[in-house]
Ligand binder design. Structure first.
Ligand code: FUB
Length: 336
């Protein structure tokens, strides 16, 4: 609730001291792209499962060659964290062939939904959905990907009125530049450096969360003056959209790609436009940065990953850090 938010901020604006798991949430398995949800007082973190499969490195991220998902369960933020495997494997998704990238989850009653991107037989990134009676799976995938939308990094935001919105997108290897509305063109259509950047896509979901309830639209991120950020601007959207509503304000969290920052922008609507606010997480070890925001016991946290332990971009660990909500609405994480 709103009253809880203020309790996350000390007089001097720093995040309060809390007992959090030190270092990676789990070890012995590479995890990345964390999407956190608190259900029945338990924090569930839906993650990619990084592996060294021998897939060659390329500019489209071919070496991010993940085959299944993991769920990390935290009943106490001080630990221990439980890691659940056998959540969903690419071999059990009829339309998917490879690259199970950043997932998210949602809940409606006793049904839990896993949203995920993967490449189909034509090498096109599509968005799938799978369901389970348990937050930790196993999840059973729908036979076809969600129609009318593609690219990567699905994130489902449920607003206070219960409406679910699906956000997706990632440029370059995430193929967002190849989508024209609901059509995959196969053509890399990047804007000029001084033209408005490509934005993530958003669409309201049907009540059963299995389909779009409306055509997807593009989300615009502007500067403080209301001018859309340009494709050449290092602050522009790259991948990993995530939306949280904090103190009545919609916050869009995303990765800037080559600038290696996790940043946020704010709006009074889940559709935007969003106004760029600043950096939430400075660059971490590894090329990618990705995250999500959760609230637990009145405090806000950032879940993120880095490649500090492995020293290799595609073998990552999920971590948690306290978030500070500043009086001016900016968010900053304090990795420990
Ligand atoms: O983990 C594979 C991809 O790298 C994700 O989908 C992106 O967000 C980036 O973390």
């Amino acid at each position: 609730g709103v009253e809880d938010v203020t309790r996350t901020v000390e007089e001097d604006g720093t995040a309060p001291e809390v007992a959090l798991v030190e270092g990676p949430l789990v070890e012995g398995v590479w995890t990345a792209d964390p999407s956190g949800h608190v259900w029945d007082g338990v924090l569930y973190v839906y993650t990619s499962h990084d592996e060294e499969t021998g897939a060659p490195h390329d500019d489209d991220g071919g070496h991010y060659d993940m085959r299944d998902y993991r769920v990390i369960e935290l009943r106490d933020l001080g630990g221990p964290a439980l890691e659940h495997d056998a959540v969903l494997h690419v071999d059990d998704v009829p339309w998917a062939t490879r690259q199970m990238w950043a997932p998210d989850a949602a809940r409606r009653g006793d049904t839990f939904y896993l949203f995920f991107p993967a490449k189909d037989a034509e090498g096109v990134f599509r968005i799938g959905v799978a369901t389970s009676g348990s937050p930790t799976g196993p999840f059973v995938a729908e036979c076809e990907p969600i129609a009318g939308i593609g690219s990567i990094d699905p994130a489902v935001f449920t607003d206070d009125d219960g409406t679910g919105y699906l956000y997706v997108g990632g440029i370059m290897g995430g193929q967002l530049q190849r989508w024209d509305g609901d059509t995959y063109t196969g053509v890399d259509a990047y804007p000029a450096a001084d033209a408005p950047a490509l934005g993530p896509r958003v669409a309201r979901l049907t009540d059963d969360l299995l389909a779009l309830a409306e055509p997807a639209r593009e989300v615009v991120v502007t500067d403080a003056a209301g001018v859309p950020l340009t494709h050449g601007d290092p602050r522009r959207f790259f991948e990993g959209p995530w939306v949280s509503r904090i103190d009545g304000v919609y916050h869009l969290l995303y990765s800037t790609g080559a600038a290696h920052t996790l940043v946020h922008a704010t709006s009074d609507s889940p559709y935007g436009p969003f106004t760029f606010r600043g950096t939430v997480l400075e660059p971490v070890a590894g090329w990618t940065t990705q995250g999500s925001i959760v609230q637990l016991d009145g405090r806000w946290y950032l879940l993120y990953h880095d490649a500090q332990v492995s020293g290799r971009d595609h073998l990552r660990n999920v971590r948690i850090a306290p978030l500070t909500l500043h009086a001016d609405g900016r968010l900053t994480a304090s990795p420990r």
